[in-house]
Design a protein around this ligand. Structure first.
Ligand code: CS2
Length: 487
């Protein structure tokens, strides 16, 4: 079977969707840090669709460390297939990514792209841990990468250091400003990114920090589309559908939403013509998504794994887990924030539960379970904090926290590795836990990098997590209904 490439990309089956633009004439206007599956399923697809309305908005992807995306896409002229797996499956050829570089191998080319006058946007999907933030959401100056980059500002390893280095060159050469767009799941993502870059720059050069503050926009955004990791089954399915080999197709649900604060330093693609929402206040959309979708995703991941399920659709199909998640969303998360006036939150919750039940998407709970120390503060702890302030219930929210604690203790006892930047600290602490004592909770809530002292010191919180932890201690695939009914 032929390899997908420029020459055969216009001979694919008629059913394959593709956006109408001349890719050969397409210039690069966007640099994206972290061209992983979510970027390629979400922002790159919105951009590919917007290219039909003109503009040199080709994307240069920059992998901070791994070479896989670059090396696999290089064999196919950086083309790839998006498989939309829903009631009506569809396949789209995506050509917006024109180039993929690896920072460690191609630092000079990366800097050339970042400092080019034709680059108007830098966007990021580097996951929560890529921002090098502390528990207060500010730049963590003790972070290994930050320490390295401040000592070696021209050889940065972190996204923050790389952005500062690129802005330094643009500042010195008096280049036009650009817009830096965070597309990661953290609250106030753009504001936090901007503050971190300015704080980093100020350590090196006050004038640069002042210039960034005055000229560079960091719009907040909300991003949403369920995008499971690529597996061999997807590769086989795509090869059969498009009749050429694609080294790295991407899969996602039909639902895809992007809300961007209308705050740009310069030009941007015609994203508004392809369904992107521009607003002056992203916060309502962001809280709705982070708290309702991501908060329930993490809760379902840790409870579902303990119940012996592998995927989101399997777990949400169990009546007791469906009841836990829907009650948590309706009774505890919904009252925790002010949704955008146009949003029907009850309808949004039902849509989330339907999305989770999508039988065409195989979304692994183990993938969602990654990086809990970076996710729970935005997904559950912020909601708990607000509910405590308002005097609202935190019983079900605390169940998600308690389920994560059991996930850690189970991993430690089974000598399993976990994907989390704080893995060593988490597993060392968890190894000292029995799995069924209240003292476990005291030990794990003492991890201040995750649990702020002002939250832990509120007895309602520690008592609710302890109660849920002790109830979940006996949870297993044979007693799901009886145990969860006691929550
Ligand atoms: C998931 C998210 O892996 C996870 O943590 O909760 O990737 C989720 O699928 C996306 O935010 C959906 O938009």
């Amino acid at each position: 079977m032929q390899q997908l490439n420029n020459s055969n990309s216009n001979q694919l089956p008629e059913s394959v969707i593709h956006s109408n633009y001349d890719r050969n004439q397409l210039g690069i206007g966007i640099v994206h840090l972290g061209p992983g599956a979510f970027h390629r399923a979400h922002q790159a697809v919105f951009t590919d669709n917007a290219l039909a309305y003109g503009g040199d908005w080709g994307i240069c992807g920059v992998s901070m460390r791994s070479k896989g995306v670059r090396d696999n896409l290089a064999e196919q002229d950086n083309l790839y297939t998006l498989a939309i797996l829903d009631e009506q499956p569809a396949y789209q050829l995506v050509g917006a990514i024109k180039e993929v570089l690896v920072l460690g191998d191609q630092r000079e080319q990366v800097m050339q792209r970042l400092t080019a006058a034709t680059t108007h946007i830098v966007s990021l999907t580097v996951t929560e841990k890529g921002y090098c933030l502390n528990g207060d959401g500010l730049l963590d100056r003790t972070h290994t990468d930050v320490v390295h980059d401040l000592a070696n500002p021209e050889q940065p390893n972190s996204a923050i250091g790389l952005l500062a280095a690129a802005l330094q060159v643009r500042f010195e050469q008096n280049h036009k400003a650009l817009t830096i767009i965070s597309c990661d799941n953290l609250a106030d993502n753009g504001s936090k990114l901007g503050k971190a870059v300015v704080a980093f720059a100020r350590e090196l050069n006050d004038k640069l920090a002042d210039w960034i503050e005055a000229n560079i926009c960091f719009p907040n955004t909300m991003v949403d589309s369920i995008t499971p990791a690529t597996d061999d089954a997807l590769k086989d399915r795509v090869a059969a559908a498009i009749q050429v080999n694609d080294n790295w197709p991407i899969q996602r649900e039909a639902f895809s939403q992007w809300v961007i604060e209308d705050n740009f330093s310069g030009p941007r693609p015609h994203w508004e013509k392809v369904g992107v929402t521009f607003t002056h206040d992203v916060s309502g959309y962001e809280k709705a998504k982070l708290r309702l979708l991501n908060g329930s995703h993490s809760t379902l991941a840790y409870t579902g794994l303990r119940c012996g399920f592998e995927t989101v659709s399997e777990a949400i199909s169990h009546p007791a887990l469906h009841k836990l998640i829907s009650s948590m969303l309706l009774d505890e998360v919904k009252p925790s924030f002010n949704a955008p006036i146009e949003m029907d939150v009850a309808e949004y919750i039902q849509a989330i539960l339907k999305r989770y039940a999508n039988p065409h998407i195989r979304h692994l709970l183990a993938q969602i379970a990654w990086d809990g120390s970076q996710k729970l503060p935005f997904r559950l702890l912020g909601t708990i904090k607000d509910n405590l302030t308002k005097g609202n219930s935190i019983r079900l929210l605390s169940t998600g926290v308690a389920a994560w604690l059991h996930f850690l203790v189970n991993a430690a006892h089974q000598s399993l590795s976990i994907t989390d930047p704080l893995a060593d600290l988490l597993l060392t602490t968890a190894a000292d836990c029995s799995g069924h004592d209240a003292s476990d909770v005291t030990k794990l809530l003492a991890i201040s990098a995750v649990f702020p002292a002002e939250l832990v010191n509120q007895s309602q919180f520690s008592e609710a997590v302890t109660k849920a932890y002790l109830t979940l201690a006996s949870l297993n695939p044979t007693n799901i209904e009886s145990v969860l009914d006691r929550i």
